[in-house]
Design a binder for this molecule. Structure first.
Ligand code: CP
Ligand code: NVA
Length: 319
């Protein structure tokens, strides 16, 4: 039995992951046709953020509003998690007041501490180790483009970071083969890589980590990239720019990928660094679909974790 939290993508087993994505599709289709379902009426979620955000904050606020509840944003200067107050007390106090906590932290251990001590669900809204909510939306986006097709191939090119980690742990479990190309000194975390490799082997789906971006993107359906320096690594920007230059997603790399490849990026993008303007703004880019899907994938996750009554959707349909 998996827990009530979503600290990493592994907290949802394969069946629950697929169920959340199915519900996300349904909620998106209905929202687009003007039908919102108040599945979490009066419920409140606290957003405890140590880092800046556009998509994560707005998508949780909009998502909770669409579900009939609310989100309360607590900026980095308000809580000062682990500094003004220990995570243990933040978790216990918030659990008396709200129905769920979304935490964006530097240390992954800070999200784990909140989860250990909260009696309400804790969702990782990005830590240095994982970005699981992003990857839920990404997989929804991949499924929209591929339907039920098998043998879907994704390449991730750039830094072996939090987004890469969550992709490694989730994509193969949904049958998406993943090739990651990073400079040797910026590989994914070895523990995550080991665990993801075992899972991929169990389901018989490719997961490879390479040096060569051209080899990674060959025959890919999706080419994914992210910033070369994540939040908190700004001081390393210069050194990283040099190491990652051969990993830019540009016309030449996409030519190597073949004609069907679509381009993904979690955003924010550093235009002209990991991705060129022409590619980001071009016809193969699906980055704004990814951003839009944050709202719907997270609504589905919130309903799953906070116990929203989604049988109600069926009753509404029949009624
Ligand atoms: N992709 C993403 O999480 O964006 P924000 O940092 O703006 O939330
Ligand atoms: N890897 C990036 C993702 C931002 C959404 C970061 O952690 O800054």
């Amino acid at each position: 039995m998996h827990g009530k939290h979503f600290v990493g993508v592994a907290d949802l087993d394969g069946a629950r992951l697929a169920a959340v994505l199915d519900l996300a599709d349904r909620l998106k289709a209905d929202a687009r046709s003007g039908s919102l379902h108040p599945l979490l009426p009066g419920r409140m979620v606290a957003l405890v953020f140590q880092k800046p955000s556009l998509r994560t904050r707005v998508s949780f606020e909009v998502g909770m509003a669409q579900l009939g509840g609310r989100a309360l944003y607590l900026s980095p200067s308000e809580i000062r998690l682990g500094e003004r107050e220990d995570g243990i007390d933040v978790a216990r106090v918030l659990s008396r007041m709200v129905d769920g906590i979304v935490a964006r932290t530097y240390l992954h251990a800070d999200v784990q501490t909140l989860a250990r001590h909260a009696t309400v669900p804790v969702i990782n809204g990005l830590s240095d180790l994982e970005h699981p909510c992003q990857v839920l939306a990404d997989l929804q986006t991949v499924r929209e483009r591929t339907g039920g097709r098998r043998d879907v191939r994704m390449a991730y090119v750039g830094d072996g970071n939090n987004v890469a980690h969550s992709l490694m742990l989730a994509a193969p479990r949904l049958g998406v083969a993943l090739r990651i190309a990073t400079p040797p000194q910026f590989r994914p975390d070895p523990t995550i890589w080991g665990r993801a490799g075992e899972q991929a082997q169990q389901v018989g789906v490719e997961l490879a980590v390479l040096d060569d971006p051209v080899e990674a993107v060959r025959d890919a359906d999706f080419v994914y990239t992210d910033t070369w320096f994540s939040m908190g690594q700004e001081d390393e920007a210069e050194e990283r720019r040099a190491a990652f230059a051969p990993y830019q997603v540009n016309d030449a790399l996409l030519r190597a990928a073949g004609s069907r490849a679509l381009v993904m990026h979690c955003l924010p993008a550093h235009r002209g660094e990991e991705i060129t303007d022409a590619i980001l703004d071009g016809p193969r880019s699906i980055v704004y679909d990814q951003a839009e899907n944050r709202v719907h994938a997270q609504k589905a996750l919130l309903v799953e974790l906070l116990g929203g009554n989604y049988q109600r959707l069926e009753l509404e349909r029949q009624g």
